[in-house]
Design a protein around this ligand. Structure first.
Ligand code: 13P
Ligand code: SF4
Length: 313
């Protein structure tokens, strides 16, 4: 059966049931094409917060589905492949957060949404790459301090510190995304030579030396909007984030030219969701294997920093 036929079956199954499909820009393009809504982490959290269907299928990685479940404790949140996880989240545990708090009393704890629900439950506020700078500014003024605890992405912490002037103590020093941290100075120099009039966009999860060679640093949603709002004809955009976003933009903006800075920019975890699994989940909405359910005791505590983030951004 062709991808197109599977997509048609999915759309039919979706119509017959009370389901909302949310998909991240890093999903395989054939999943992006059948989603009700596509977006970056922040946009999808906002949409999950407004969901009014009995079922939400979250095509993304586990922490995204967990966030949707925390925001919708009375709904069924499903993930097509339960093994689709974000390895960055494993850099920070709830016990580590408690230890950092103990050693740094009175400092606010800011955690990236790329964390487990148990870690969120120990934090004061969450952030995404789209709002991290603003969130850190807000929480530091609320706590009347110029230092915050920030984890687990050390590159995002460094970026926020540069942009806000507020010290971000990294929880831990070495947390990173294996996809974005692979981009090198050499990759950046090569792409600049190949497209001297092009614009280079990278994600804040890249290392500082790479970010400093880019023309624009932003979240997936911010990159998308930057390209969308650019009116220059036939422009080259060099993309420094996971390939899925570039595929989305290439479809949405056919008159613009897109180049992936490096073929290494593939998140294997995001790609564990497949179009076949999407159809299977739609045929088995009540199979507990696909359900993402955060225990209520943790969900209630994790909800507070997520809601604070949504309120602030
Ligand atoms: P965004 O928050 O920019 O959508 O990115 C999510 C992510 O997983 C980055 O690697
Ligand atoms: Fe996690 Fe990086 Fe994949 Fe994003 S791209 S889900 S941060 S491993």
């Amino acid at each position: 059966m062709s991808v197109k036929q599977i997509q048609e079956e999915i759309l039919k199954l979706k119509k017959e049931q009370d389901v909302l499909i949310l998909a991240h820009y890093y999903q395989p393009i054939e999943i992006q094409e059948i989603a009700d809504h596509l977006g970056g982490s922040l946009g999808l959290s906002r949409l999950a917060n407004k969901a009014d269907t009995d079922y939400i299928i979250f095509a993304g990685v586990d922490f995204m589905a967990e966030t949707a479940s925390i925001l919708n404790q009375n709904k069924k949140v499903l993930i097509p492949n339960p093994e689709s996880c974000c390895p960055m989240a494993a850099y920070l545990t709830a016990d580590k957060v408690k230890e950092f708090r103990l050693n740094n009393p009175n400092l606010p704890v800011v955690v990236y949404v790329n964390t487990t629900a148990a870690v969120k439950a120990e934090s004061d506020i969450c952030c995404t790459s789209a709002n991290a700078v603003d969130i850190v500014k807000r929480i530091s003024s609320e706590f009347k301090t110029k230092t915050v605890l920030f984890g687990p992405d050390a590159n995002l912490a460094d970026y926020v510190e540069q942009k806000s002037g507020i010290k971000c103590i990294k929880m831990p020093e070495e947390g990173n995304c294996y996809v974005h941290s692979q981009l090198t100075i050499d990759d950046m120099e090569k792409i600049r030579i190949a497209y001297p009039n092009g614009e280079i966009l990278v994600h804040p999860e890249c290392i500082r030396e790479v970010r400093e060679l880019a023309d624009f640093v932003g979240s997936t949603g911010q990159m998308y909007n930057r390209v969308k709002n650019d009116t220059t004809v036939e422009k080259d955009f060099c993309i420094g984030t996971e390939k899925g976003l570039m595929e989305r933009m290439a479809q949405d903006f056919p008159k613009k030219n897109f180049h992936l800075i490096s073929e290494k920019l593939l998140c294997y975890n995001m790609k564990k969701n497949t179009i076949e699994l999407m159809r299977y989940v739609l045929e088995h909405l009540d199979d507990p294997m696909f359900e993402v359910k955060v225990p209520s005791e943790i969900a209630e505590r994790a909800l507070i920093p997520i809601e604070r983030m949504l309120e602030f951004s």
